[in-house]
Design a protein around this ligand. Structure first.
Ligand SMILES: NC(=O)c1ccc[n+]([C@@H]2O[C@H](COP(=O)([O-])OP(=O)(O)OC[C@H]3O[C@@H](n4cnc5c(N)ncnc54)[C@H](O)[C@@H]3O)[C@@H](O)[C@H]2O)c1
Ligand SMILES: [Zn+2]
Ligand SMILES: [Zn+2]
Length: 349
């Protein structure tokens, strides 16, 4: 079936900006792993950090000569002898948080925040390549009818599905801060989950337009609009029930606490690079605000929900994809994203 032991891959082979498309060995699987022929893969912010070799990447303990990429779907072409639930020919997507199976979290149904977690495509070789290997426990079988672009995006879709599952948005007013792929996927899921009113904020008008297309009822640009005043007006001066941050912008999060209603919920998904100064007495204690960070998808709860929604055409996310191009054009893809001209870019090996 596999005719050679070589494949093309995008390798982070330099400790500076850039990466190289080159021939490398096809991964050799262990007894508990599966080998997947990559059908489609998507670029994420983490890949941008690694490509740019920024401060975060330099401190992230990234594998030497890393095959980049972590968001993908593909077909299983080989399985290890201990693999039980995945078969050759299955179409799979990957959970990128690789749990250890032995720590406290792993033993208490919190594998996604394993104490010894490795990240696929950061600490292990990823999927900007023709083939990728992953542990069976991280391979989720999906229906063949799911579009390859959607399959490639299921890992970030899972962040939106997780955020919305935690927030219980049915019949509620919701503000989503930041309309990058994570915010857009969150908005799409909120619409499916029956949020009453979805307000999106971003400093980019093109991203705000996209958020409207995908399900936001009202779009606000903090560079032009008084977001606090607007949200309070839209919620009869009560404040919004729920805020989901997918911007990582500290000023936007701090503003959020001013338009959160008493007893409201704040879900933090964005990763601020600086510390936030929040008035805990006024904004949290007296408000009885509930704050929750989320990091990735619950295994298997989020995956089961997401698969069911997608397989039953109940979650429309295709508009989040801005481009589809061959793997060999990765430099163009990274440039587009850097210029803010793309949303989710799909690469095809
Ligand atoms: N917690 C998790 O599991 C998880 C998973 C993936 C990504 N993330 C994080 O989520 C965030 C979003 O990811 P993404 O891929 O969509 O990134 P992105 O950079 O494409 O999107 C962030 C958006 O926030 C907007 N923004 C910036 N300042 C703003 C402000 N003051 N008000 C409103 N919007 C503002 C930007 O214009 C941009 O559109 C990032 O911080 C990323 O690191 C978290
Ligand atoms: Zn990602
Ligand atoms: Zn663990």
């Amino acid at each position: 079936m596999i005719k050679t032991n070589k494949m093309l891959a995008i390798v982070k082979d330099k400790k500076k900006v850039g990466a190289t498309l080159k021939e490398v060995d096809i991964p050799v699987i262990s007894v508990d792993e599966v080998l997947v022929k990559v059908e489609a893969t998507a670029i994420c912010g983490t890949d941008m950090h690694i490509y740019d070799w920024n401060q975060w990447a330099q401190n992230a303990n990234i594998k030497e000569d890393l095959v980049m990429g972590h968001e993908f779907c593909g077909q299983v072409v080989e399985i290890g002898e201990d693999v039980k639930h995945v078969k050759i020919g299955d179409r799979v997507v990957a959970e990128t948080h690789i749990p250890c199976a032995t720590c406290y979290q792993c033993k208490h149904d919190l594998q996604h925040i394993c104490a010894n977690m490795k990240i696929f495509g950061v600490h292990t070789d990823g999927c900007f390549s023709e083939y990728a290997k992953l542990p069976e426990k991280c391979a989720y079988v999906i229906d063949k009818k799911i579009d390859r672009k959607v399959g490639a995006m299921m890992e970030p879709i899972g962040v939106g599905v997780r955020a919305i599952s935690e927030a219980e948005v049915f019949g509620k007013n919701l503000v989503v801060i930041g309309c990058g792929p994570i915010g857009l996927l969150t908005i799409a899921t909120a619409k499916t989950a029956g949020a009453a009113k979805i307000i999106s904020t971003d400093i980019s008008s093109s991203r705000l337009n996209l958020s409207k297309q995908i399900g936001a009822d009202i779009t606000l640009n903090p560079l032009k609009d008084d977001v606090i005043k607007y949200v309070l007006n839209e919620t009869n001066q009560v404040g919004t029930d729920i805020i989901i941050d997918s911007s990582g912008s500290v000023p936007a999060i701090i503003d959020g606490f001013k338009y959160l209603r008493k007893g409201g919920v704040v879900i933090l998904a964005g990763l601020p690079s600086e510390k936030a100064e929040i008035d805990l007495s006024v904004d949290v204690v007296f408000k009885e605000a509930r704050i929750m960070g989320i990091h990735g998808r619950r295994m298997d709860d989020t995956w089961t929900k997401m698969k069911s929604l997608l397989e039953n055409n109940k979650l429309n996310v295709i508009e989040v994809v801005s481009h589809e191009m061959p793997l060999s054009e990765f430099e163009t893809a990274f440039d587009l994203l850097k210029k803010g001209e793309g949303s989710k870019i799909i690469l095809l090996p």
